[in-house]
Design a protein around this ligand. Sequence first.
Ligand SMILES: [Cu+2]
Ligand SMILES: [Zn+2]
Length: 201
Amino acid sequence: MSTKLIILAVAIIAMGGVAAKKATCVLQVGVTEGKGITGKITIEENSESGTTKFMIDIKGVNTTNGSSLKGFHVHQYGKLSEECSAAGGHFNPFNKNHGSPNDTNRHVGDLGNVIVETDGTIHQTISDQIAKLTGENNIMGKSIVLHQDKDDLTSQPTGAAGKRLACCLIVESDIGNAYRIKPSVFLSLLLTISMYIFLYK
Ligand SMILES: [Cu+2]
Ligand SMILES: [Zn+2]
C-alpha cells in the first residue's frame, strides 16, 4: 500500500473517531404552574469519552413554587399532550429502580435535578454516562420533563418530583449528522498534510 493511502486512511479514522450526535429539545408548558417557561436543551453525545452532555438553557421558572431544585428526567414517550402526562413514566428500558444519576441501578432517564437561579433561569450542563443518542440507551424521540419539585433520588418510581411544569421532544439536529472535527484533531490533520507535502513534494 502506498504511503499516500495510509495517510488518507489514518486521517479518515481520526475524523470518524470524533463523530458526535446532536439533538435538541424545545420546551413547551405543561401544567399551569409552568406558565411562562421557555427554553431549550441541546444534547450532544461524544463517542470518545462516552458521555452525553445536556446543555440546559431555560427561563421563566416561577421561583415561588416549590424547591429551587427541580426533577429533570427523560420520559419514555415522545408525546407532550395532556400537560406533559402523555410522556409517560421515566425511560426505563432495563426495568430498573428509580435512582440518582450516579447510581448503577437507575432508570436510563434519571438525570437528577437542575438548579433554578433566583431570576427564574436554569443554566446548567449535565454530563451523563448512561443516557445516549445511539444504541439501546438511545433517548432520541423520547421526551424530557422538568418537574415542580425536587427529585429525592430514592422514592419509587418517580423520586416524588411532583407536577410536570414543562416538557419537550428530543429530536436529532441536522448539524449533528455531519462529521465534526475537534480543534486538536484538526491541528494533527494539518500537521500530517504538511509533513506529507514536505516529504513527498
Ligand atoms: Cu420526570
Ligand atoms: Zn426514574
